[in-house]
Every structure is written in C-alpha cells, then in structure tokens.
Design a protein around this ligand. Structure first.
Ligand code: URA
Length: 263
C-alpha cells in the first residue's frame, strides 16, 4: 500500500487527526455541523464519548460499535471543506463514509422531519469539477446506500430515496429570493422548477462533492439527510422540531447501518 502518512503519529493539517488517534477506525459518520458531532456520537456510541480534536470546522469523536472504532467528524459547510476532510481521512485509513446532514425538500410529497437517502446528486458545485469533468456522475456507493435504505424500511421510517441537488450557495444556487439583495442571476432563475420536473428531491450543499471526491479517492460513501425546509411552502428553515424528528429517524437508520457494517 502507498504510504500516505509519514508516521502513525503524523497529524493532518486541517482535521487535526492522526492514524494513532483513529485507533484503526475505517468507517466515518460525517455531519456538517461541528456542534452536532457530540450529540450524534453519544446517540450512536454511548454516553461517555470524549472529543477527539477540534480544529477549524472539523470537530471529531471516536465511538465504538460492535467492538470496532468508528469516527464521527464534521465536514463544515459546502464542497471545499468536505473535500479537504475526505482527503485527510482517506490518508488515515477511512474508506467507508456516511454523510449525516440536513436538507430542504423541493417536492410536495416530502414532509418536514422526513429522511432522505441520496442515490445520486446534481453537481451544482465547484469542488467536484476539480476532481472529475462535469460529465462524470455523482453517485452514491450502492452497497452503503442499500444498507441505509434497508434499515429505514425495516424501521418503518418516513424515508425517500432520490436525487439531491448540491449547490455551492444557500441562496442563489437554491433559488432563494429571501437573500440580502433578493437577486437571483438569470442563469439560476427557474432552476427549482426544472429540478422538480426532473424528479430531484432536495437541495443541500455537500453531497455531489462527497460522491465525486470519494470516487476519485477510491473510497465508498453514502448520504442520509434530514428535511429541515419545505421549499414548496417556504424558503425558511423550519422550527427545530423538524430537525429533532429527522434526527431521531436518521440516528436509528445510521445505527442499524453501522451495526451491519461492523458485524
Ligand atoms: N441545507 C441547505 O443547503 N438547504 C436547505 O434548504 C436546508 C438545509
């Protein structure tokens, strides 16, 4: 195997982690928000989970599932910080990744608090273009995605499997007009209707970069997303009860998938 790090104690510049600190973990659960790392780690791995590292947008914790170490680490928002996270974690031996994020649905039949599992993503981001030409698809790893969907089905969760639209921006790229200026450039006007017509399910900001960069690095990734905005009703993020409902479902599904992966 190529020697990706000089030594097991070498600390990666951005995520602040070394191979030694990961204690053999090869699976990672990646929320976007650093503030969600500990609550999520505690739900997945037990009460006494210490923080592993805090550096820039990357907060991490190590949990144990079926006797195996599993990393929980934030990616920060958007493609660039997600790609940096993946580059460094891959060097440390992470080869299976579950993104655990939030999203806004663009479809009427999807409700606040529901869970989405992304089978692919529209590449409305810049980061993935640095790894593969735009013709290259942003697709989830089939086996990991199947595990998420299978666990969701078994749990009777309100989940939807579909195509996400991953945008570099929260406002113009997701055709939101409640920005500071209210201006959406001509090239992006009408795009929400187009994605709806094509059956895409949701907007978010990381999954296309996650899928393309994972493919480029030779690691497997999937994405589970909680619906916190319903764009057919409003441009706003819903009250926290929507996140709480989605979080509870996502935790159960992710716990099931981790259980299967560590059997
Ligand atoms: N994250 C996004 O990028 N968009 C939303 O609408 C909600 C969460």
């Amino acid at each position: 195997m190529k020697n990706y790090v000089k030594s097991d104690s070498e600390v990666m510049y951005h995520v602040g982690l070394s191979r030694e600190m990961l204690q053999g973990a090869h699976i990672a659960v990646l929320p976007g928000d650093p503030g969600r790392v500990l609550p999520l780690a505690k739900e997945l791995g037990g009460k006494d989970v210490p923080v592993l590292a805090v550096h820039r947008e990357y907060t991490s914790a190590l949990i144990e599932v079926n006797g195996q170490k599993v990393l929980v680490c934030s990616t920060g928002m958007g493609g660039p910080s997600t790609a940096i996270c993946l580059e460094e974690l891959a060097r440390l031996g992470i080869d299976e990744v579950i993104r655990f994020g939030t999203t806004g649905t663009i479809q009427e039949h999807v409700d606040l608090g529901d869970v989405l599992i992304a089978k692919a993503a529209v590449r409305l981001d810049g980061t993935s273009r640095h790894y593969a030409p735009i013709e290259f698809p942003a697709v989830a790893d089939f086996d990991l995605t199947y595990l998420l969907a299978d666990n969701a089905k078994k749990l009777g969760a309100d989940y939807h499997l579909g195509i996400a639209v991953s945008s570099d921006t929260f406002w113009p790229g997701q055709e939101r007009y409640d920005s500071f200026t209210g201006y959406v450039p001509r090239s992006l006007k009408g795009t929400m209707k187009e994605w709806q017509q094509l059956g895409a399910v949701n907007y978010e900001m990381e999954t296309s970069a996650l899928f393309v960069v994972s493919q480029a690095l030779g690691i497997q990734s999937c994405a589970i997303l909680g619906v916190v905005a319903k764009r057919t009703d409003s441009e706003s993020i819903a009250p926290s009860s929507a996140y709480d409902k989605a979080f509870a479902g996502m935790v159960q599904i992710t716990r099931g998938a981790l259980g299967d992966l560590t059997k």
